[in-house]
Design a binder for this molecule. Sequence first.
Ligand code: AN0
Ligand code: CP
Length: 321
Amino acid sequence: MVKPVKNFLSALDVDNVPDIIQEALTLKADPWRYENLGRRRTLGLIFFNPSLRTRLSTQKAAQQLGMNILTINVQQDGWTLEMEDGAMMNAGKTEHIKEAAGVFAQYCDIIAVRCFPELLDRQYDYQETVLNKIIKYSGKPVISLESATLHPLQSLADVITIEEHKKVKKPKIVLSWAPHFKALPQAVANSFAQWMQYIDCEFVITHPKGYNLHPVFAGNAKIIHDQNQAFEDADFVYVKNWSSYENYGQVLCEDPSWRITAEKMALTKTGNFMHCLPVRRNFKVEDAVLDSAGSLVLQQAHNRVYSAQVVLKRILESQYG
Ligand code: AN0
Ligand code: CP
């Protein structure tokens, strides 16, 4: 019996990760089996930030469950939103999140939100201020489409992909930082590290000094600052850039020697390369790696459909069944 699920914000909202992976694989084998489950139910997709994969895969997942879909790109199409309770709204912001979230709730049965961190104030971001206000003021089930600190639908797709491609019971999985000139969120890395705590694996993180993730997400991962050493005998290498958590939102290192090359991938056992995408070719990862047989990036993107579908299915069953 699966625990009723209302919100899907992190791995903590899943009672058994291996079980949800298997259920997602069952859906992948027969995607239209529950095509009436979401009939006459509406999913609202609310984007505060751009997206390719998350938008399309979640729409496709909802369609395969028979749901209707409403999408809004808040930054382009919506009114500017005030987040602060009690604010005197006599300046730039037009509408309060209290009304906006309440209005979404009038039209949607499930609300899915993408709200990246601003990377200015660690406490504001790590309290998940925007996501929590939408949960509170909408009262509806909420799915994270990447919040300030986590990207659970991506991580679920990633563990599904690992399950499909692993050749040993307990693979060695390496999360590697790679360079970027722009400050990016820690969300994908935090989330991947969090989900690694729920599957059978040897988990290693490699990054330059100053890039430790929040300890709650890093868990018991082994941290190795020598990237080549970390890659040795790896079954999967998962690559991501993130800005510093400790020196919050700062880019402390742009050292190109952290770029992922075919030479480095040759140190691994399998050459299996993973990245959530989008990725900047040759700046972060060489063409030769992305174009290699070991690159799993499109398989990950494909599995985004089934990670979203299994989550929507469970919410529909437990909230509207
Ligand atoms: C975003 C990030 O790093 O969180 C989204 C990744 C799915 N990436 C960029 O902004 C390039
Ligand atoms: N991986 C991912 O979430 O991609 P998008 O930002 O394009 O949705």
